[in-house]
Design a protein around this ligand. Structure first.
Ligand code: GDP
Ligand code: ZN
Length: 458
């Protein structure tokens, strides 16, 4: 158990007008008070107050920063520990100076995610809620944000808890059967096993059905735009970026920070791939060769293939139509404002059941239809994120699959008239697996690993 006091800058690094230094731990308030001058010492102030004052260097006496300091006393805080938040106004340099002063008073720099980890370890939130916090930090669109927020609020946890409760009742029932066989409760036990088991299995299935879309919302769709030179790929990229705010996210990884660019198309976050310059590929086949092109395209989750209506199909067009056959792809016949020289019927035939759309990017025509087609490809109807709805985390998905399997094994064993104590093993296993989703039986190393993925100061 860590009981030392930790500190970090909890606002994004950069130009932000306000920077916040966060301190958490038993000594947080006393520590901050050593470098604070205000109307009253922080140590006597009420909890959940925000106080105007100055931060100064106790060694030189120099005033460093004009600040607002929040005093938050345990246990009603994010970490359930004493907390201080120092709001600085003077940009990155002074935020850093304030942090250093705090660290000089005997606190330790927080590891990435350590504040949230403490919230988890101190029982304020469960693991799926903590993961929701991480998703929230990284959310690309409002919808992804809703999904993450629901998770933080514990909606997924509640559903998991309910399923675990059902399983527990089932186990308890089996237990009675084992302990008091003379009651001949066997028939009843079998019925309960079947009913509850089937219920849990169906519920897990419903959760898993949301997983595919949840994953897209959470991670974005890797997208490539391909086509011959001059067909309008850059124009397409520009109009997608132009109409939809491009979001650049900084993800603090364990080893390095990655910058990714997203475009939010009707709630679907497109992650525009830019490896080996394939984001706007002048001639992917020529550049990479057929084999490598196929590999690159296989990694893309969405391919936008652009053709030019003003020119007859070329071998390159045909090659690309063939290469993208296996992909979720949309064929865009651009330059619809110019003379029609393409055999559109032939294009449709080669396209199979992929959508074929006409656009004139110079006239900004057809882009709405394209955006609708992108959304329809991945989501049926409107996205509903009102309730919990989406399981979006791959760790959860894997655990749910395993839990479902255990329940199914239990149901199979019931059908095969296996002894109830055998069945109990499967049910208990499912109960444990569901527990891992919310961190009930997760091992410590897993927990460390998960929290290490957080940004600093969270
Ligand atoms: P890329 O080489 O595939 O990236 O193509 P660009 O987007 O750079 O476009 C090539 C040229 O075609 C530019 O001069 C564009 O202005 C023009 N262009 C793009 N879309 C259209 C369109 O819908 N109609 C017409 N007439 N010209 C277009
Ligand atoms: Zn281009």
């Amino acid at each position: 158990m860590n009981i030392d006091t930790i500190a970090a800058i909890s606002t994004p690094m950069g130009e932000g007008a306000i920077g916040i230094v966060r301190v958490s731990g038993e000594d947080a308030i006393a520590v901050a008070d050593k470098i604070y001058k205000g109307k009253f010492p922080l140590t006597v102030l009420d909890s959940h107050t925000i106080n105007y004052g100055h931060i100064y260097d106790p060694q030189s006496g120099e005033t460093i920063e004009e600040v607002m300091v929040s005093v938050l006393r345990a246990p009603k805080t994010y970490t359930k520990e004493n907390m201080i938040e120092i709001n600085c106004h003077g940009g990155l340099v002074s935020v850093n100076r304030v942090l250093h002063l705090v660290l000089n008073q005997g606190t330790r720099l927080a590891e990435p995610g350590e504040f949230t980890k403490r919230a988890f370890l101190n029982g304020r939130i469960d693991l799926s809620q903590a993961e929701g916090v991480m998703d929230l930090i990284r959310a690309k669109t409002d919808r992804a944000m809703n999904v993450a927020m629901n998770q933080v609020e514990g909606k997924l946890s509640q559903r998991i808890q309910k399923l675990r409760q059902e399983l527990l009742e089932t186990v308890a029932n089996v237990e009675v059967n084992i302990d008091y066989p003379e009651y001949d409760a066997e028939e009843m036990t079998v019925t309960i096993l079947q009913e509850k088991g089937t219920f849990v299995q169906k519920e897990i299935e419903r959760l898993l059905q949301t997983a595919h879309q949840g994953k897209i919302l959470r991670e974005g769709l890797s997208t490539v735009i391909v086509g011959r030179p001059n067909v309008g790929k850059s124009s397409l990229l520009n109009s997608l970026v132009h109409e939809n705010k491009a979001i650049v996210t900084e993800i603090a990884g364990t080893t390095r920070d990655v910058i990714e660019e997203y475009v939010n198309v009707r709630g679907v976050p497109l992650r525009l791939l830019d490896t080996a310059g394939i984001r706007d590929t002048e001639d992917i086949v020529e550049k990479l060769g057929v084999e490598r092109s196929r590999k690159v395209l296989n990694e893309a989750e969405l391919v936008l293939l652009v053709l030019n209506q003003n020119e007859p199909l070329t071998d390159s067009d045909l090659e690309l139509l063939k290469l993208t056959e296996e992909n979720d792809s949309i064929i865009i016949v651009n330059k619809a404002d110019l003379e029609d020289r393409i055999d559109i019927e032939y294009v449709r035939k080669l396209a199979g059941n992929r959508p074929v759309l006409a656009t004139s990017l110079v006239r900004d025509e057809g882009v709405d239809e394209l955006e609708e087609a992108i959304r329809d490809l991945f989501f049926e109807g409107d996205l509903d994120t009102g309730d919990m709805s989406y399981v979006s985390n791959s760790r959860h998905i894997a655990l749910l699959h395993q839990a479902k399997q255990s329940v199914e094994e239990a149901l199979g064993a019931v059908d095969a008239d296996m002894p109830v104590d055998m069945i109990q093993i499967d049910i208990t296993r499912a109960w444990e697996l569901l527990g891992e989703v919310i961190g009930d039986s997760a091992q410590e190393s897993l927990i460390d690993q998960l929290f290490a993925q957080f940004c600093l100061g969270k």
